[in-house]
Design a protein around this ligand. Sequence first.
Ligand code: TXA
Ligand code: MG
Length: 311
Amino acid sequence: MRIDLTEAIKRLSAGEVVGVPTETVYGLAASLSKQAAIQQIFSLKGRPANNPLIIHIADTSQLYPFVNNFPEGFEQLSKAFWPGPLTLILPIKPNIIFPIVTANLPTAGFRIPNHPLTKQLIKAIGPLVMPSANLSGRPSATLPEHVEDDFGADFPVLDGGACTKGLESTILAFNEDAWSILRQGSLAPEDFTPILGYSPEVIIAKKGELPQCPGQLFRHYAPKAKLILGDFSKVKEADHFIGFTERKYPEGKKIHLLGSLSNPHEVAGNLYKVLRQLDEENAKTAWVDMDFPSEGLWQTIAERLNKAGSV
Ligand code: TXA
Ligand code: MG
């Protein structure tokens, strides 16, 4: 159910959960001051309690009540990328944020989203917690109808149209003496080089090890269909194909085009929509063309497809 800004403000102030657009993906929002609504986010999504939420703010002054100290490079990063698709993990003061938000960690993730409606919403309500607005494990939502598909036609969604980025924020944390990437996202490692003087290392938790970013523990972004990632020997098994506009794929299969090989932003913008289309069309098995470049945003696209295809 589509609602406007006034209605979204009314509902969030009353302690309800509302679907909210951002430039990355749609979020499932509750006011940071409404504990029952925050609890409801976890039950709506089927999200484990040990997976913390990102706090969305409208400007950096909203950090001061919560943040204990600002690691070196914070100023430069926030100036360069906020508002935008960057989440920074920062140490927080004790007993100031509901532990349910942070899963009891001594840190919290913060982001200033870049969407005109969401900025106004946060200015009116104060900080909002928002995980991506999808059932846990499913592809994220980049259109208001995706949120309705997961949470029902009557679920309130502030309609902000299609998300311009289409992939989640990049999550950075400061470890000892450098920033590292805990979750790949809309900003590529090399995007940080002009600001930090280095490209942050992408941290990938080893099997059996607890990841620094708890969300990395779980299966993610997955359609119901089985994905075959680039393995030609299994091409015949697939009834659907996911690929790129400049390539030719076998006739007789349902083809889903992500966009052009020369435009990773277009591909990122279509990725979750295409993964969700597979389910709408009851696809059993989809073959994915993984022969694409390996730099910049393509790294996040590859990571999401690998996660979506992992069983
Ligand atoms: O683009 C985005 O970041 C979207 C939009 C709605 O802002 N939000 C989003 O939230 O992707 P979610 O909940 O789907 O993913 C948040 C990730 C999870 O993997 C969680 O474990 C991690 O952030 N996270 C949150 N707080 C953390 C913390 N204190 N330390 C480490 N990881 C944290
Ligand atoms: Mg998510």
